[in-house]
Write a protein that binds this ligand. Structure first.
Ligand code: ADP
Ligand code: MG
Length: 270
């Protein structure tokens, strides 16, 4: 698979700054975040808890306004929810009173458009949920619910898929299975994916590039290319190169945290 990076930015994040007004005053969550994501690239965003990852992803989805700066899709500013952009959250967010088919149909009912049944059947087959359309969310395991959420997101044929710690609540085996599934789906029909995770291993497995954010206020601290070929087999993932890259990213995240604490201590002492 060739690197898709030569094409113009699919998603552009330009000086993204977000201030939340809270009871105890203004809270700067993002501060001048700059990032360009290529067409059909998979980019993971990692960084300490509370550094603004979710804030950034919601801004990319258009669900959430930046205080200043801009998000662009194919060069056009995003000003609200966009039909080309789908989201998957940590919680599958299936409606408990609807079966799986009805859950997948829900966004189409809202939009008043007709779903592409053949495409949905293809997706259900791909994620191993063929024949489960009549089941209710409570009848499905956490992993199956998350697969259903992926089918629902992809059924809309987005050109950008945003995922916010989608497998964070799953056990590690299911999580690995889900990672392979995302890779399979992407190899079958490439799309641009922005993936937020706590897990550096998951980020390295899935991504073309891993972006590390600084502690809050979040901005890009560093970026790592992940040059390993796909599919990323167990053999590839067990190599020294993968191990070294994973550790370098982890050290970077921990280092950022330590630098931040040192500067706080210095400020307090001054
Ligand atoms: P992450 O996803 O990296 O853990 P978030 O983007 O959720 O970080 O949050 C970044 C910072 O903004 C945190 O300090 C969080 O408490 C704060 N925050 C997030 N959402 C809101 C909100 N709606 N109102 C006020 N503060 C918020
Ligand atoms: Mg978050």
């Amino acid at each position: 698979m060739k690197s898709p990076r030569a094409e113009p930015a699919k998603l552009g994040i330009h000086a993204a700054t977000k201030v939340y007004q809270t009871a105890s005053g203004d809270l700067l969550a993002l501060d001048g975040c700059e990032l360009a994501i290529g067409k059909n690239e998979i980019v993971s965003i990692v960084g300490p808890s509370g550094c603004g990852k979710t804030t950034l992803l919601w801004s990319m989805s258009g669900l959430h306004r930046l205080t200043s700066g801009q998000i662009t899709l194919d060069g056009e500013p995003i000003t609200g929810p966009h039909p080309d952009i789908s989201l998957v959250f940590q919680d599958a967010n299936l409606l408990p009173w609807r079966n799986l088919d009805a859950n997948i149909n829900f966004p189409f009912e809202i939009k008043g458009t007709r779903p592409d049944r053949a495409w949905i059947e293809h997706l259900l087959h791909q994620v191993g949920l063929e024949g489960f359309g009549g089941k209710y969310p409570r009848e499905l395991s956490g992993g199956m619910q998350q697969r259903a959420a992926m089918v629902r997101a992809l059924s809309l044929k987005p050109s950008v898929l945003l995922m916010d710690e989608p497998f964070g609540a799953l056990d590690s085996f299911t999580r690995e299975e889900m990672n392979r599934l995302v890779e399979d789906i992407w190899l079958d029909s490439p799309t641009t994916i922005v993936f937020i995770t706590h897990s550096v291993e998951e980020a390295v497995f899935l991504s073309d590039r891993v972006v590390v954010l600084t502690p809050r206020p979040g901005k890009v601290a560093s970026e790592y290319r992940v040059p390993f070929e796909r599919p990323r087999t167990l053999e590839i993932m067990a190599t020294r190169e993968v191990f070294d890259l994973t550790n370098a990213i982890k050290m970077d995240i921990v280092g950022g945290r330590v630098r931040k604490e040192r500067s706080r201590t210095a400020e307090a002492a001054a």
